[in-house]
Design a protein around this ligand. Sequence first.
Ligand SMILES: Cc1cc2nc3c(=O)[nH]c(=O)nc-3n(C[C@H](O)[C@H](O)[C@H](O)COP(=O)(O)O)c2cc1C
Ligand code: SF4
Ligand code: SF4
Length: 266
Amino acid sequence: MQKDSTLTETSMTVIYFTATGNSLAVAKHIAGRCISAVALLQQTGPIELSDPEGIGFVMPVYFGQIPAVITQLMRRVSLRAPYLFAVLTYGELAGRAATHMRRLGEETGIRFDYIRSIKMVDNNFTIVSVSRQVRDCGRKKIPACMDAIAGEIRARKCFVEKPGVVSRLIGIIEERMPQGSKFDSGFSVEADKCNGCGTCVRVCPNANVKLTGGHPQWQGDCLKCTACYHNCPHGAVRYRKERSRYCFRNPAVTLQEIIHANNRTR
Ligand SMILES: Cc1cc2nc3c(=O)[nH]c(=O)nc-3n(C[C@H](O)[C@H](O)[C@H](O)COP(=O)(O)O)c2cc1C
Ligand code: SF4
Ligand code: SF4
């Protein structure tokens, strides 16, 4: 990938899904028009988008796979654009996510010209120490990779990433791992830190958090995105197997933007 130091944003449309802002930071770096996948899914009737320049998706990788929100949207959306792309943000190993995205595109009639993954801070507190991730993220050269990807998309590059041998093997293992259908049961709240502000409710893309007696309760329909945990302004949300106590949000993204993207209580 070539670094593009004279980058300006394209006028393409980017559909994004995000919990902690990495994917929105990349989406904003690519294009001026960013649309939340969660908001699009709230529309009744057909979802149709057209852009004479191009349309793309930016999303996190979850266990080597594509988030359910994006899978659902791709099954409903109809896109008209001369250039179609996808960018997958991940923390350590993207597994076979790029291949899954290409196949999902083929299944849903979206023929991607460009799919690439980008390594960013890993927000999965059940697997990694997020505080260490943030401390060591310099090694990932994130700003340069973001510039390079945005430059390639701006140049309408055609490229579909093929995962290497390690990623393929890890991907196959990840896809067979039990993925914690009872993820909700690991959450708890530190009552002395929680002031009942309701941010955890508003950042949840699946309306899975409710306030009861001024504190959050998880409703059993979690997408495992981690938004409620990382975006609590008081660091009051805990998780049973957390590897560190650290709330991460990409510095290029505000809490208001996460709420705007995911809030389903409006
Ligand atoms: C449930 C879950 C599963 C994840 N699985 C992977 C994975 O398989 N490989 C990886 O490298 N990162 C994985 N991650 C890390 C995220 O893909 C990464 O931090 C992403 O950039 C977060 O995007 P966001 O800030 O837009 O939400 C996972 C995160 C979560 C919450
Ligand atoms: S965001 Fe944090 S402080 Fe606010 S209600 Fe939720 S847990 Fe409590
Ligand atoms: S409950 Fe928390 S982790 Fe689960 S989908 Fe909602 S915001 Fe994401």
